[in-house]
Each structure stands twice: as C-alpha cells, then as structure tokens.
Design a binder for this molecule. Structure first.
Ligand SMILES: [Zn+2]
Length: 463
C-alpha cells in the first residue's frame, strides 16, 4: 500500500524545470501526494517574482553517498543518512558499497533496504554494488546477482579498482548487464602517504603532496580500457566520480568528443573550496589566488581535519575547471560524496584523519554560493542535481522518465529560499557526521520543504 500523500499549495515562486528547459514565475498545487497543477505565470501576475526568492525544483538526486550501515553506525545509519539527504533537498540517493561487510552480495543490499523501510523515509534509496569481493581488488564480485537484486552501478569507491585486468573485465561484465562502473580514479602508487594537494599550500604547510597526476593517470587508464571494451561490448559505460583536476576533466572532455560512453560528476566542495582552506583561508574558490598568506586571507587555524578528503581539495585553477565542466556539460552531475565520520576518526593529525566531508546537507548552498557570485547559472546548478544524475541512472530510479515538475505524477520536489541564510551547526545537521568545514558559516539557500513520492521528507520549522 502506498501511504497517503500530502496536500500543498505554493503560490508566487520561481519554478525551475530542467526537464522542460524552463524556469520562471509560477505556482504549484499538490493534492493527495499528486502534483495536480503546475501553473506558469506571466504579465501582471508574475510581477515581483524573481529567481532570488523562493525556488521550486524537482527533488535532487545524489549519485554518491556513504551511509555507514552496516558496520559503522556511530558515523551514520541509513535512517540518519536519509534524514540528512531530505534536509539537503535530495529525494533519491545512491549508497556506496564500502560498508562493513562490503555490499558485494545481495544480502547486504537487503539489509540496507530493510533499514530504509524501517526508517519510514520517503526518500528513494538506491545502491551501487562492489566491483570486487570485499572491495579487495582481486576477484570480481557476483555482479550478475547484484544486478538482479537491483543495484544501479558497481564501484569499489573509497579505493580505486586496482588492476587494469580487473577493471577491463568489470567494464565488460557490467556493460553486458546494462550497468555503469562508478570509478574512483586514483593511482594508489602515487598517493601512498599523501596528505594534501601537491602544490604551494602543501609545501608551505609541510604536508606530503597528493599529485593531480594520480587522478589523471587513473582516468587515462580507464578511458583507454573503455575504448577497448566498448568495441566488443557496446553496453559498457564508465562513470568517473568526484573528478577534481583540470587535467582529468580535459581527458573526459576529449573522450566525450570522441564518442566514448563516459560520464562524470564533480562535488560541491571541489568546485567551491580549495586547498587554501587547509592553510586557514575561508574564501570561495573564485576569490582565491593560491597564496592565502600574501593576500592576508588566513582567518582560521591550519590543518583542520574536516578538510581532509579524497581526492584532496585542489588549486583555484582546478576548482574553476570543475565549475567550467559543470557549465559546459563535461560534468554530467553534481554528486556530494557525503562521507560522515565520527569525531574520533577526525580528532587526529591531519595526515591520519579519515577522508571525507559530511556534505549532503550543504551541497545546494555551495552551488548557490557560485550562483550568487554570478559564476554558475541557477538552471545549470539544478540540472546538475536532477536531470544530469538521472541520465546517469537511466531507468533504474522510480522517478525515471518523470524528473521535472510534471503534472499528474507523485510529487517529488524541493522548495528553498535563496533570500534566507542558514547557519551550519552540528545540532542543525541531521547527519551523525558533523565533519564539515562549513560549521558556523551562514550560507544562502535554506531548504523549506522536501517532498519525496508525494510525502513530506523534510520541512523546516517555522518561527
Ligand atoms: Zn571516492
């Protein structure tokens, strides 16, 4: 039985419907969970409604979240992860398989689905299965069984698929099943012991460098394998996740131009933040110079472990390349790589802290910072969170074919206010992972309501 849906009317808002390629003043009516009416306003009725106030968009899709259940429920559970997603405006999320045990067989998938059902959240939980048994990189997991059980892709994320031999077999096998490989591109030989992006900031701070080449070599390897495999298995597809360097994005740009079936995503933190933050600067990527000391931009202490992430925060040029890739379509999607951790796992030296940022609740606001600065069109930000990731997912979401403000379907949407700032606090985050460098910052784009499958997933308290 489908639970009863909500009634909701919002008048005089800015609608963004990327599936129709349309934005403008309008209003919506939801009855019994069904999006009954979408009305676009014009003329005198539209007067005074702009894109800087209340915005209504389709519910967001995140291709890449880490919910820590099973295995590390102190950091996140499926229930808290889904609550965090709803608070961030997401109504569909794809969980990564680096749980403990790893999601390398259907039993683990069954467990997280049961946890999602028990949570009562209407947010859609999808999952990527592991590429290799135990994500150990040695033996292919039971990809066919995982596909039958409903995974939406395969990934050893958290680590790369180590050998080209295994990656080649995985691309072919997953391709035959009609599923993409979600690739964490890292040449582990170049990143052993690495701490922060290899460059000026790491040198001044005395942190061991994490070279851009580690990502670019892995991207080049896997694009070469894809080009090889796709000749025999036309269903083969490669999705590169959390790309962070200008060079890696250029490789994808050229591969797409050559017609290879490759897609990729960038994260909000890689396009809005830079390695300057590790030094103690807190300015946006588009304001950064790469030398925060000579600019007098240091406002916080160095080595905050909330900034330790894989891949690392990069240079201002790399962040600008992430933003440019999102705008020109080289990057199909924005994915958060939401990676909650306990306080204990971060309360150590920078280089030994767990990698990751708890990011699903701040993703929209980081993108809106770029929009506010005139660096990113609002519609493109919304596409990166909706139709872009939907294309990567294909038919495997319950929302396939109905991403958009489409009359007659179950309502799946987010309402946020660009004119209202909200302050990121540990208590205010639904995630158990409080590991975000944005704590204490006032960001634009407060989420007011998230509706998933016709039900309220999140609603801001009114004061
Ligand atoms: Zn990763």
């Amino acid at each position: 039985m489908t639970p009863p849906g909500i009634d909701l009317e919002i008048s005089r808002a800015w609608l963004v419907d990327p599936s129709a390629g349309r934005e403008g003043p309008g209003e919506i009516v939801v009855r019994g969970g069904i999006l009954e009416a979408v009305t676009w306003l014009a003329g005198a009725e539209a007067k005074g409604i702009g894109p800087d106030g209340v915005v209504i968009a389709p519910g967001f899709i995140d291709l890449h979240v880490h919910f820590r259940e099973p295995g590390n429920e102190d950091a996140e559970t499926v229930a808290t992860g889904l609550a965090a997603a709803a608070h961030g405006g997401f109504t569909t999320v794809c969980a990564m398989p680096n749980t403990d045990p790893a999601m390398d067989e259907p039993g683990v998938l069954g467990r997280i689905r049961a946890a999602a059902d028990a949570s009562g959240s209407p947010v859609e939980l999808l999952a990527h299965g592991a590429v290799t048994v135990g994500r150990a990189g040695e033996q292919l997991a039971a990809l066919g069984e995982l596909a039958d059980a409903g995974v939406v892709g395969f990934s050893d994320d958290g680590a790369p698929v180590r050998t080209a031999t295994i990656m080649r077999a995985a691309l072919a096998y997953a391709g035959a099943l009609g599923l993409p490989i979600i690739d964490h591109a890292e040449d582990a030989g170049l990143t052993a012991g690495a701490e922060a992006n290899d460059g000026f900031v790491a040198t001044v701070l005395g942190l061991r460098g994490w070279p851009a080449a580690a990502e670019e070599l892995a991207v080049a390897r896997d694009l070469a394998l894809l080009a090889d495999v796709v000749r025999d298995e036309p269903g083969a597809r490669l999705h590169l996740t959390h790309l962070s360097t200008a060079g890696a994005l250029d490789l994808v740009r050229r591969a797409k131009a050559a017609g290879l079936p490759v897609t990729c995503d960038v994260t909000p933190h890689h396009l809005a933040l830079t390695d300057e933050w590790v030094a103690g600067a807190r300015r946006w990527a588009w304001e950064a110079s790469g030398d925060p000391w000579s600019d007098g931009a240091i406002v916080a202490g160095p080595y905050a472990t909330s900034l330790r992430v894989n891949p690392p925060l990069r240079t201002p040029e790399d962040a600008a390349a992430c933003l440019a890739a999102l705008i020109d379509g080289t990057a199909d999607a924005v994915a958060t790589d939401h990676a909650p951790h306990t306080v204990v796992d971060k309360a150590v030296e920078f280089g030994t802290a767990a990698n990751g940022i708890s990011g699903v609740e701040t993703a929209l606001s980081l993108l809106l910072a770029a929009v506010d600065a005139g660096r990113l069109p609002l519609a493109r930000a919304i596409e990166g969170l909706t139709t872009g990731p939907a294309r990567v997912l294909g038919a495997r979401s319950r929302r396939a074919g109905s991403i958009g403000l489409v009359e007659g379907g179950r309502a799946d949407l987010v309402v946020f206010d660009r004119s209202e700032r909200w302050t990121v606090t540990a208590d205010g985050l639904a995630s158990r992972g409080k590991n975000t460098p944005l704590l204490g910052m006032a960001l634009s784009g407060k989420i007011l309501i998230t509706v998933a499958s016709g039900r309220i997933a999140y609603e801001a308290e009114t004061d």
